[in-house]
Design a protein around this ligand. Structure first.
Ligand code: MSP
Length: 512
């Protein structure tokens, strides 16, 4: 049983057949926001990402690049490490499936499945898609292709099978016991119907190529890449050592974040493998949607793949992070468009949030000698704005529980709007001439509200939020969530502030 305050969040591990694109950046970013939020909220967090390096698809890509698979995966895996950095994400570990610790874990897990009597030798005869690394029944094909549109080939070879068919009722009982096992609820319903309809045994080894982990005791077979890949979530905790501090603290995983295309592997096969091996299944698998580019499906053949390095260089890191999580209700599909990206960056960030911070801090600098003013007594309007700021943490926490990033950001930006309207209504530039006492109360209230906002935007926009908190001279420990709310900290009058610097530049149309 994982420790109660512990939170283990994982991204899928990425195939190294190709360079990182917006889809990879999106899943990693989503995990990062959860990880940062939980850390600031006082949880013990472990955030894992990495690369999926075995299997036919990677072997084929290496061959096409004229390289040995190991040298090829070493190189491409590095590009994913760079993406993780460029997206400003903060994993605690980066696993590669070619690592010794992983091979050891997969071999041990395989033995457990065999001991449980869930593995038998047979022959696979059916369709296989190398692009999806998935087996398909004849009845699933659409116009001779996989339901995903990927090409398939006929495969007939000796294969070990996992007795998935025997796990139907135990899987259904697991979903029943854990209402959060699969989110969002629409995806849960899909998986439940799929499992209810009955499950076929799953081929878990291949004999027609070599790039994988050999089946213990039968090296003619390599372990099916999905069984290999899913095990990464255990390898990174030191499996098969299930007694270690790391393992007992963090297993079962709190959240496997995945795209909708790989939900079945995580929500059906993976819990069955785990339960068969005597391990607890994950607490939650969340399936997010897919991005299109200016309304078009993203594909290499259309040449419209969105490069995350390019995106960040063009629009800025915080802007991209904000856009990806704000534009689309998390869980649904979304469209990337240049116009929408610029609108979010300029409207929400530069005009609303940025302008609020800039005008308030500039007035403090000019009218309060660059120090946090003494509020004296507060008026009803001040209390009302502060109450809205204080109510944010519970609201954002509730949204994050549902992995609803868009709702968390909506709640935060509602208070940004409220604060801007408050500043407009109080007109501190008029008070500066007529009522210096009231001016201080208004500026203090506005600064205190901004402190709440910037503390809560940290998981989404770490750099800009840090710069705002620097400008309010908030110390490192005071940036954590316990400092928020009516019982939290308060900005201390007299604290000297550095000169204000704008945080969200306006992007030019030509930036795109
Ligand atoms: N290697 C497997 C995962 C193994 S996890 C044990 C894999 N890798 S992948 O590189 O193909 O894809 C990883 C993730 O990128 C998936 O979550 C997938 O949904 C996501 N995306 C790929 N294209 C995408 C979009 N266009 N939009 C959003 N996410 C997409 O699958």
């Amino acid at each position: 049983m994982a420790a109660r305050d512990a939170f283990y969040v994982t991204s899928p591990i990425y195939y190294v057949n190709d360079s990182p694109h917006i889809g990879h950046a999106y899943t990693t970013l989503a995990c990062d926001v959860v990880a940062r939020f939980m850390r600031l909220d006082g949880r013990r967090v472990r955030f894992l990402t990495g690369t999926d390096e075995h299997g036919q698809k990677v072997e084929k890509a290496a061959r096409e690049a004229g390289m040995e698979p190991k040298a090829f995966t070493d190189e491409v895996s590095q590009r994913f490490r760079r993406m993780v950095e460029v997206m400003g994400t903060s994993p605690d570990d980066f696993i590669r499936t070619t690592e010794e610790r992983h091979i050891r874990a997969v071999t041990a897990l395989w033995r457990k499945l065999v001991e449980a009597g869930d593995v038998y030798l047979g022959t696979y005869a059916g369709w296989y898609s190398v692009r999806d690394e998935a087996f398909y029944a004849e009845s699933e094909l659409v116009d001779g292709k996989a339901p995903t549109g990927a090409p398939v080939e006929w495969v007939e070879e000796p294969s070990y099978f996992f007795r998935l068919s025997a796990w139907r009722d135990r899987l259904l009982a697991y979903y029943e016991r854990n209402p959060r096992a699969i989110l969002p609820p629409s995806r849960r319903n899909e998986v439940v119907s799929f499992v209810k309809a009955g499950l076929q045994d799953l081929s878990v080894s291949r004999t027609s190529f070599r790039w994988g982990i050999p089946v213990p005791g039968d090296p003619d077979h390599v372990i099916y890449v999905w069984l290999d890949a899913l095990t990464n979530y255990l390898s990174a905790l030191g499996y098969p050592d299930t007694e270690s501090e790391l393992f007992t603290t963090f297993w079962p995983a709190s959240l496997h974040m995945v795209g909708k295309d790989i939900l079945r592997f995580h929500a059906v096969y993976w819990p069955a493998f785990l339960m068969s091996a005597g391990l607890e299944p994950p607490q939650c698998v969340f399936a997010h949607g897919w991005w299109t580019n200016e309304g078009q499906k993203i594909s290499k053949s259309l040449g419209n793949v969105i490069d995350p390095f390019d995106l960040v260089a063009r629009y800025g890191l915080d802007q991209v992070r904000y856009f990806l999580l704000r534009e689309v209700p998390f869980g649904q599909d979304g469209d990337f468009s240049r116009a929408a990206m610029l609108k979010r960056a300029n409207h929400d960030l530069a005009n609303d949030y940025g302008n609020l911070v800039q005008r308030v801090l500039t007035m403090v600098q000019r009218n309060c000698a660059g120090r946090i003013p003494d509020p004296g007594g507060l008026a009803a309007e001040d209390d009302e704005l502060l109450a809205a700021a204080h109510a944010l943490l519970p609201a954002v926490r509730a949204a994050m529980e549902e992995v609803a990033f868009h709702r968390a950001l909506e709640a935060i930006f509602e208070v940004v709007g409220k604060a801007n309207r408050y500043v407009d209504a109080q007109a501190p530039w008029v008070l500066a001439k007529r009522d210096p006492v009231r001016l201080k109360a208004v500026l203090w209230t506005a600064c205190e509200t901004i402190r709440h906002l910037a503390t809560l935007t940290q998981p989404f926009m770490p750099d800009a939020s840090a710069r705002i908190l620097d400008q309010l001279a908030v110390s490192e420990p005071a940036r954590r969530f316990p400092s928020l709310g009516p019982d939290g900290a308060r900005l201390v009058p007299g604290t000297p502030l550095p000169p204000p610097v704008p945080v969200f530049p306006r992007l030019q149309e030509s930036a795109a």
